[in-house]
Write a protein that binds this ligand. Structure first.
Ligand code: SAM
Length: 234
């Protein structure tokens, strides 16, 4: 997979992709993350990429020309005709595990990060194919949202995780939250690990975990249960 990220502050994206699973996936050649500076596509000698909003109001708006030109330059190398070009915006559809799964199926995705008051509406109308929000709050920079999207998508690429089974039980993978996890020591400050986990009985352990996942989901996120994610038995 190749992920192209268009942004104003590439330095912000330098370190998050140099650790853990994304780093390993890059090293294994499973994903290539290419960061482009929108300023490089400004024709202004001061590399200005924003301007005042028409109609007045606070803040600055990212101009359309550098964003269109950056995208067109990438399209000369990569055919994005059937691939998602995604604007990161608090006005987009909510980024969920389901959306991450959907994006992970693509060979390439492009992420456009806004800043200041956001981007000129013509980018939204005539350039992007999708708009994604990572939650109902406002960040200062699309780069932060891009980090979240890249991490959630890359861990779903086959081979990215150390254990290929680990994302099957992750929260939100099957409509449930994950069961409680414990590690050594068996007793810590008098608090003990549930005895079933020490029993060695894999059938019992699987059943306990499944029950815990259901209880946890009902208690913490009844909205998930209401979405019809639970089977009759669950
Ligand atoms: N004025 C815009 C609005 O109200 O919709 C918000 C602009 S925000 C300060 C600057 C940039 O951060 C946005 O263009 C977007 O790229 C990014 N951003 C902010 N919140 C986000 C969110 N919840 N999800 C994805 N991107 C977000």
């Amino acid at each position: 997979m190749r992920i192209d990220i268009l942004c104003l502050f590439p330095e912000m994206l330098a370190s998050p992709f140099d650790y853990s699973i994304v780093k390993r996936a890059r090293e294994r050649g499973l994903v290539e993350v290419v960061v482009h500076n929108i300023r490089d596509y400004s024709h202004d000698k001061h590399h200005i990429v924003d301007d005042y909003p028409y109609g007045g109001g606070p803040g600055m708006v990212l101009k359309p020309e550098p964003i269109f030109e950056a995208t067109e330059s990438i399209k000369e190398r990569v055919d994005y005709s059937d691939l998602p070009i995604i604007l990161l915006t608090p006005q987009g559809r909510l980024f969920t595990q389901q959306v991450a799964r959907e994006l992970a199926l693509h060979q390439n995705i492009m992420l456009i990060c806004g800043h200041y008051e956001g981007v000129d509406e013509r980018v939204r109308e005539h350039l992007v194919s999708d708009e994604v929000s990572i939650g109902d709050y406002v960040l200062s920079a699309g780069e932060l949202a891009a980090m979240v999207v890249v991490d959630a998508v890359v861990r779903l690429i086959p081979g990215a995780l150390g254990s290929p089974l680990s994302f099957h039980s992750d929260s939100h993978s099957n409509g449930l939250l994950e069961y409680p996890q414990y590690t050594r020591p068996k007793v810590y400050r008098g608090w003990t690990v549930p005895s079933v986990l020490l029993s060695g009985n894999h059938g019992e352990i699987a059943r306990w975990r499944w029950q815990q996942a259901i209880l946890r989901t009902l208690k913490r996120r009844p909205d998930l249960a209401k979405q019809g994610n639970l089977s009759a038995e669950e």
